[in-house]
Structure formats: C-alpha cells, structure tokens
Design a protein around this ligand. Structure first.
Ligand SMILES: Cc1cc2nc3c(=O)[nH]c(=O)nc-3n(C[C@H](O)[C@H](O)[C@H](O)COP(=O)(O)OP(=O)(O)OC[C@H]3O[C@@H](n4cnc5c(N)ncnc54)[C@H](O)[C@@H]3O)c2cc1C
Length: 427
C-alpha cells in the first residue's frame, strides 16, 4: 500500500508548531513564506544586523522546499536560446552566470552551516525521449560552450548505458556542475542557520492582509500584526490573494513524486551508475534520481496542485512511467507518494523586483532548489543596498496573462495539460 506522505519528511525532524513564539510588533523586514527563498533571505538579512521575521502560513519548510526532487541544477527552465530571444544576449549571460552561482551558493551555505543533507555535485543527465530530440544535442553543447563558455558533454546512444540502466532513451547531455541533496534536510538546516543568525521564524502566521501607511507596512496575520519597514514575498506556487497583483502573475502547477522501497546496491548501481539527477526532454517530463537506494521518481502527472485525488492518481501514473523507463522495478513496492505546487510565470522566467514597495522573488518553474536559495540571498542584499533594479532577474518585464484573463484561479490548466500532451505527440 502506497502511503500519501512526503518521504523526505521521514528522514529528518522537520520544524513544527509545538513551540510558537509571539510575533514581534516591529521589525525591519518581514518575509512572507518560510521556504528556500524566505529562509535564505532571512539568513542574509540577519547576518547584516537586520531585524527580520519570517511569517509562514503552515510550518517552516512546509511548501515546495521540502517536497521537491532535490535536484540542484544549473541553467534556467527555458532553454538558453529562448532566454536570449526573450532578454537579449547580455542579460542572458548574466542570468546563466546566476544559475552557476546558485549551485555555488547552496554548496557554500551547506558547508558554512554544516547542513547534513547529502549535497554533492552528482551532475545532471538530460535524456532524449525521442530520436529526433537527440539530433539537436550536439548543437546545444557547442552553443553552450560558445555563448556561455559552459562545458557540457553529449552522451551518444551507444554510450548511454554508462549513465543510465534504461533502454528507453536516445542519448543525453551531462552537466557535471549540477548537484543533488535531500531537500527536507536542507530546508531544516537553512531554517536553523537563519535562526542562528538572529532571524525569528513564525509558523502558523499566515499573512491575511498587507497595508501601507506612509513608509511603513502593516501585516495582519492569523495570530497578530507585524509592522515592518520592508516586505519580501517568497510564496512561490502558494502565492495567494494577500499579494493579489503577484498572484495574478503566477500559475500554480502540481508536481508529484513517488519513492520506492530500498533497492539492492547492485540494482541501484545498474539503474543510475553515477547517481545523476536525470530528466527527460518531454513537455510532460519525468525527473528521477536515487536517494538512499530508493528510486525517487517525479513528474507532472496531473497539472492541478496537490490534493488527495491528484496525489492518488499520480501514484498510478508515475508508477507506470517508472516501469516504462525501468522495467527492472516492476516488482518493487512504491512506498510513498506526494505532491507539491510549482510557480510558473506566463513567460516561464523567474522574476525578482519591487512592486508597490514590496519586494518579491517568484516564478522558479520547477527550477528553484538552487535558484530560490541564491535569489533569496541576492534579493535580500539588493534590498539593503537599494539596487534591486540592477539585479539580473529584474532586467525584463514580469508579464501577466494575455488580455488579463486570469485572476489567480487557473481555469486553463486542463487545456494547458492537453496542449503539452499534443506537443509531446507532435515533436
Ligand atoms: C514536487 C516538486 C518537485 C520539485 N523538484 C525540484 C527539483 O528537483 N529541482 C529544483 O530546482 N526545483 C524543484 N522544485 C521546485 C522547488 O522546490 C521550488 O522552486 C522552491 O522550493 C521554491 O522555494 P520557495 O521558498 O520560493 O517556495 P516554497 O518552498 O513553496 O515556500 C512558500 C511558502 O509560502 C507560504 N505562504 C504562502 N502564502 C502565505 C501567506 N499568505 N503567509 C505566510 N506564508 C505563506 C507557504 O505556506 C509556503 O510554505 C520542485 C517542486 C515540487 C513541488
């Protein structure tokens, strides 16, 4: 029987709500959202002597930050060719450099704060799901080298068995700079580090209204009010009506993961001999990796965010997909299934900036383990230094829905899901 439970939560004692402290009346910065973005920002601000409170609706680390695949990746969600078209070559270069810096940020924080989360530069493997997808891989590697001086390597179909124990794919690209970690252990360590630096973290403190009088912000929460000089929003796929203008720019999309029972060492080695972070080239993509000899297999099995129904359906869909990729796993038990919500902007780009005096970092599009950690830090620095407009991720506009046809309730998800399936069939 597969449990609807986040497997990662069984590997660490997550922050809980057993010891709620009163909210401070006044702070310099109030951070809304207690995930990688909010905690990384809080750690940075507190280290610079700022009085900072993190307000989290549920418990610290409750959101995507403790539910994800732990893939600590270079690059952005859109291809770098698309990013050049969208933002121009110079900005694209700064954005790509940010993505490399983001993995360094995670590595540095893990080392500085002694966070026991299994971080390592395992490298990622991007696999071609169809023969024609592989046709562009050689070009892609040359393009990344020429435009970004970033060295990645083509893996031919013949060589692929040295990387993955599946005959389902038609070649790949390896990027050795990417890493992997256990996200629940990492977010728990990050929370501890933020507190150690002097930030106060508050579970069960959902912000319910956010007002401004003169230069100060007044945040009403479920358990009291906080007055702050500045506010940073890091609510990702859970962005709600308290920041309505931001909510209308973010599409919440579900992503789901299963974890198998433990495999033997031999089988684990056969499936992923180099322990890579693996994802495929479909629009409806699968992503998978090993952790502690379990296969952690994720995908966009349903487009709607997590609930009992979408999680149950995803367990079946993902198990089928996993066995298609790895028939060797057909008799293995799937012990855990869970879901979480991703935040997509309408241009699939990440956006940081200031809107009505409120700072934000949003739109990670499933690419936020490294990036949210890094942008939490760099947006916090920019808040203090007063130069958010110079941040690379603030250098292009943050679009809303075409024709404004979106109020934060994603009525179009079934159509988007169907459209992705059609694209996968056509391309
Ligand atoms: C299933 C899944 C797999 C993923 N896999 C990967 C991966 O392998 N690699 C990768 O790079 N990325 C991955 N991601 C994406 C990554 O997890 C996120 O981009 C990242 O965790 C975002 O961090 P965050 O702090 O911005 O948001 P979150 O961790 O989602 O935190 C936002 C928090 O805001 C809180 N909140 C919302 N509204 C309020 C309010 N009004 N008041 C107070 N608090 C509020 C929520 O309760 C939530 O805890 C995955 C995501 C999911 C869901």
């Amino acid at each position: 029987m597969t449990k609807q439970q986040i497997y990662w939560h069984t590997t660490v004692k997550m922050p809980d709500d057993s010891n709620l402290t009163p909210l401070p009346e006044k702070v310099d910065v109030a951070v809304i959202g207690g995930g990688f973005t909010g905690l990384s920002a809080a750690r940075t601000l507190a280290k610079r002597g700022v009085r900072v409170a993190v307000l989290e609706a549920e418990t610290i680390g409750w959101g995507a930050s403790s539910r994800n695949g732990g893939m600590t990746l270079t690059g952005l969600k859109p291809s770098m060719r698309t990013v050049i078209k969208r933002c121009g070559r110079d900005v694209a270069k700064r954005l790509f450099q940010c993505s490399l810096d983001s993995v360094d940020t995670v590595e540095r924080v893990v080392n500085e704060e002694n966070i026991d989360c299994g971080f390592s530069r395992y490298g990622h493997l991007y696999v071609a799901s169809k023969p024609n997808h592989f046709d562009g891989f050689k070009d892609e590697v040359e393009f990344m080298s020429k435009e970004f001086n970033h060295k990645v390597r083509v893996v031919s179909p013949e060589e692929l068995k040295t990387e993955i124990g599946s005959s389902n794919y038609h070649g790949g690209i390896v990027d050795e700079a990417s890493g992997g970690l256990n996200p629940a252990q990492y977010v728990t360590g990050l929370a501890r580090a933020a507190e150690k630096a002097g930030a106060s973290l508050h579970a069960r403190a959902r912000a319910t209204s956010l007002g401004r009088r003169a230069t100060r912000f007044f945040i009403q929460t479920e358990r009291g009010a906080v007055e702050a000089e500045s506010v940073l929003v890091g609510t990702s796929g859970y962005t709600g009506s308290v920041t309505k203008k931001l909510q209308r720019k973010i599409i919440p999309i579900g992503s789901f993961i299963i974890a198998t029972e433990k495999l033997s060492d031999e089988l684990a080695h056969e499936l992923s001999p180099k322990n890579r972070m693996i994802f495929d080239s479909m629009h409806y993509l699968n992503y998978f990796r090993l952790w502690d000899n379990r296969m952690i297999f994720g995908g966009r099995a349903a487009f709607f965010p997590e609930n009992e129904n979408t999680i149950r359906r995803s367990a079946e869909i993902l198990r089928r997909e996993m066995i298609r990729v790895y028939p060797q796993l057909k008799d293995l038990k799937v012990e855990y299934v869970w879901g979480g919500t991703l935040d997509f902007a309408f241009d699939m780009m990440t956006h940081v900036g200031e809107m009505d005096g409120i700072y934000y970092s949003l739109g990670y599009a499933g690419h936020g383990v490294a990036m949210a950690s890094h942008l939490g830090k760099t947006v916090a620095e920019a808040m203090l230094d007063g130069n958010i407009k110079d941040h690379p991720f603030a250098a292009f506009d943050f679009p809303g829905a075409p024709l404004g046809l979106y109020n934060g309730s994603p009525w179009f998800l079934p159509f988007a899901g169907a459209w992705h399936k059609i694209l996968d069939w056509l391309e």
